[in-house]
Design a protein around this ligand. Structure first.
Ligand code: UGA
Length: 437
C-alpha cells in the first residue's frame, strides 16, 4: 500500500502535536483549522502553546517541506487519504455532557468535499456512539459516500510529554469497521508501529470507550490517594509514606498516586463528567456512579487547601497577603483549564486576601482569565511581604527554592505545600511553619 497523505483537522494542542510529529516521521501532512490566526502562526513556525520540544520539531517539519497549513476544507479533502479529527470536546455550559459542536462541524465541513476514497479518523475524546453517528452523517453528505469510512484512534498524550507520547506511545488503539480501515491506519502509523509499539485493534465503540475508561481510572487513582490523605490527616499518619509503601506492590504501582491538590486540566475533570452523563443516557449511570465521588474528593482538595491557608493566616485571610506559587494545572504546561491552582487563588481573593501569583509559563493565560489577581515577576517577588505562601503547581524551580532566601522576603514564615513538593525538614529548619495537604 502507498504511504497515505494525512490531514489533521483542528490544530489545537492535540492536532498541532500530531501534525508536526507525523511530518517529522516522514508523512506529507496538511494541518487544517478554521482559526486563521492559529494557522498563520503555525505556518510561520510558532507553536501557539507551551510544549517542551515542539517548537524545534515544527521548524524541522516546515523546513522539510512536508508540513503545510490551510483553512480550506476543500483543499484538505483533495489532499488527504487519511483525515484525523483532532478538535476539542469541551464540557457543555450548564451540563456535564461533552459539547460536540466542533466535531460535528469539522466532519460536516470535510465530508461535503470528499469526492474520493478516504478514511476519516476521530482522535477527539467523545461520548461512546459518536463514531456510529458520524458514519451515518458522512454517508449522508459525502459525494463519495460509499468510499468514505470512519475509524477511531483515541489519543493518550499528556501535556508536557506530548512529543514523546506521540512518537512512542505506550499503545495504539484502532477502532475500525473493516480490514481496509485497519490497513490504512497501520500505514498511517507505520514508523510508530515499526518501533514495536503495541496496537489493539477493536470496534469503534470500544475504541471510543478505551479513552474515557483510561482517564477515569487515572482520576480514580489520584482521588483514591487523596481520600487516603484525608484519613491520614485525621490520624496524624503520613500519606506520602503510605503512597510509597503501596507502590512497592506492582499490582498497584506508584504512578498517579501523588497526593495533593488533585487533578485539573482540559481532560480528566470534563472526561469523567461526560462519561457519567453518557452512561446515564445509556441507562447504565449506576455503573460509573463512583465517578461522582471521585470528582467530589477532587473538589474537596481545593477547599482543604483554602482552609489550610486560612488556618495559617490566623483564621481569616481578609486583608492578608498570600503568595500563590503556580497557576498551570500541572508543571511543564501553560494550560490553566480547570486549574486547581487558580481555583484556590481565586477563592482566596474572593475571601478578601491580596493574592499574588507567579507561574513560570502560564502567566499570560492566568492574567487573561483572572485579571483581579496580582502577579509577581518571580517566586521570590510574589512572596515579598506575604503572610502565607502556598505552593499550588509543583514546578521544578519551586522545588529548588531556598527556604532561607524566601524567609528573608516574607512577612510571615508560613507555607502550605499543596503538592507535597518540598522537603518539610529543610523548610522547618529555616524557621518556617510548614503544612502539607
Ligand atoms: C491526561 C492523561 O494523563 C492523558 O493520558 C490523556 O491523553 C489526556 O489527559 C487527555 O485526555 O488528553 P493531562 O491532562 O495532560 O493528561 O495531564 P496528567 O498528567 O494526566 O495530569 C492531570 C492532573 O492530575 C494534573 O492536574 C496533575 O497535577 C494531577 N495529578 C496527576 C495528581 O494530582 N496526582 C498524580 O499522581 C498525577
Amino acid at each position: 500500500m502507498t504511504t497515505p497523505r494525512l490531514t489533521v483537522i483542528g490544530t489545537g494542542y492535540l492536532g498541532a502535536t500530531h501534525a508536526i510529529c507525523m511530518a517529522v516521521l516522514g508523512f506529507e501532512v496538511l494541518g487544517v483549522d478554521v482559526d486563521e490566526q492559529k494557522i498563520a502562526r503555525l505556518a510561520a513556525g510558532e507553536v501557539p502553546f507551551f510544549e517542551p520540544g515542539l517548537p524545534e520539531l515544527l521548524t524541522k517539519a516546515l523546513e522539510s517541506g512536508r508540513l503545510r497549513f490551510t483553512t480550506s476544507f476543500a483543499e484538505a479533502a483533495e489532499f488527504g487519504d487519511v483525515h484525523f479529527i483532532c478538535v476539542g470536546t469541551p464540557q457543555q455550559k450548564g451540563s456535564h455532557a461533552a459539547d460536540m459542536t466542533y466535531v460535528d462541524a469539522s466532519v460536516t465541513a470535510l465530508a461535503r468535499h470528499l469526492t474520493r476514497k478516504a478514511l476519516v479518523v476521530g482522535k477527539s475524546t467523545v461520548p461512546v456512539g459518536t463514531a456510529a453517528r458520524l458514519t451515518a452523517l458522512v454517508k449522508e453528505i459525502a459525494p463519495a459516500a460509499d468510499e468514505v469510512e470512519l475509524a477511531w484512534n483515541p489519543e493518550f498524550l499528556r501535556e508536557g510529554f506530548a512529543v514523546e507520547d506521540t512518537m512512542k506511545p505506550d499503545r495504539l488503539v484502532f477502532g475500525v469497521a473493516s480490514g481496509w480501515a485497519e490497513e490504512r491506519l497501520r500505514a498511517a502509523f507505520e514508523p510508530v508501529l515499526a518501533q514495536g509499539v503495541p496496537v489493539k485493534v477493536t470496534d469503534l465503540a470500544t475504541a471510543e470507550l478505551v479513552k474515557v475508561a483510561a482517564n477515569s481510572f487515572l482520576a480514580t487513582k489520584i482521588s483514591y490517594i487523596n481520600a487516603m490523605a484525608e484519613v491520614c490527616e485525621a490520624t496524624g499518619a503520613d500519606v506520602s509514606d503510605l503512597a510509597e509503601a503501596l507502590a512497592f506492590d506492582t499490582r498497584i504501582g506508584g504512578r498517579f498516586l501523588r497526593p495533593g491538590l488533585g487533578f485539573g486540566g482540559g481532560c480528566l475533570p470534563k472526561d469523567i463528567r461526560a462519561f457519567m452523563a453518557r452512561a446515564e443516557e445509556l441507562g447504565v449511570g449506576q455503573a460509573v456512579g463512583f465517578l461522582r465521588e471521585i470528582d467530589g474528593i477532587n473538589q474537596r482538595r481545593r477547599a482543604r487547601t483554602v482552609d489550610l491557608v486560612t488556618e495559617l493566616a490566623g483564621g481569616d485571610v481578609a486583608g492578608k497577603k498570600v503568595a500563590a506559587l503556580g497557576a498551570a494545572f500541572k508543571p511543564d504546561s501553560d494550560d490553566i483549564r480547570d486549574a486547581p491552582a487558580l481555583d484556590v487563588a481565586g477563592t482566596l481573593h474572593r475571601m478578601g486576601a491580596e493574592v499574588t501569583v507567579f507561574d513560570p509559563a502560564a502567566m499570560e493565560n492566568a492574567k487573561r482569565v483572572h485579571p483581579e489577581l496580582a502577579y509577581g515577576e518571580s517566586a521570590l517577588d510574589a512572596a515579598r511581604d506575604a503572610d502565607v505562601v502556598v505552593l499550588l503547581t509543583e514546578w521544578t524551580e519551586f522545588r529548588a527554592i531556598d527556604p532561607a532566601a524566601m524567609a528573608a522576603v516574607v512577612a510571615g514564615k508560613s507555607i502550605v505545600d499543596g503538592r507535597h513538593a518540598l522537603d518539610p525538614a529543610a523548610w522547618r529548619a529555616a524557621g518556617w511553619e510548614y503544612r502539607a495537604l
